[in-house]
Write a protein that binds this ligand. Structure first.
Ligand code: 4NP
Length: 161
């Protein structure tokens, strides 16, 4: 007997920096606990500027450094996403406002701030796109590791319906 997969979508402004890292890290987190086949995981952008492009090289470098496989390209969020995914995670408050505006009335996805699952309480995953170095990408990776684990623990406990 097969059970329906749980579906998680990670959103940021451009889908080339933060949400690819969050997607890759979350996929690795579920793979590592043997639940890879129980999840469908993707990421998408609020904006259309980078559709079809691979992530920023600093995001790819950061994932490579931490053995996080990644080979997706950017796409923009669609209205269908809000009824396909169970959980849609934004990286900052602007993402959350944009997601709320775009969600069709009554759509099923829970819109969640990823940083709300950080046990260290670092709630915002800041946009590192305009930074002159990679440290913001490393920080995004570390936050994504904590938030993925925190979310999966809360889900397991039944704290998220
Ligand atoms: P992301 O970073 O939202 O973390 O992918 C950005 C990437 C590109 C742009 C903004 C943010 N942009 O304006 O092109």
């Amino acid at each position: 007997m097969s059970t329906a997969k749980r579906k998680a979508l990670f959103i940021c402004l451009g889908n080339i920096c933060r949400s690819p890292i969050a997607e890759g890290v979350f996929q690795k987190a579920v793979n590592d606990i043997g639940d890879g086949d129980k999840w469908e995981v993707d990421s998408a952008a609020i904006g259309s500027w980078h559709v079809g492009n691979p992530p920023d090289w600093r995001a790819l470098d950061t994932m490579k450094k931490h053995d996080v496989p990644y080979n997706n390209c950017a796409r923009q969020v669609t209205s269908e996403d809000f009824n396909h995914y169970d959980f849609i995670f934004g990286m900052d408050e602007a993402n959350m406002r944009d997601l709320s505006k775009r969600a069709p009335k009554g759509s099923k996805a829970k819109l969640l701030l990823f940083g709300d699952f950080d046990p260290q309480g670092d709630r915002i995953i800041r946009d590192p796109y305009y930074d002159s170095d990679s440290s913001g990408f490393e920080k995004c990776y570390q936050q994504s590791v904590r938030c993925s684990k925190g979310f999966l623990e809360q889900l397991e406990k039944g704290a998220i319906k």
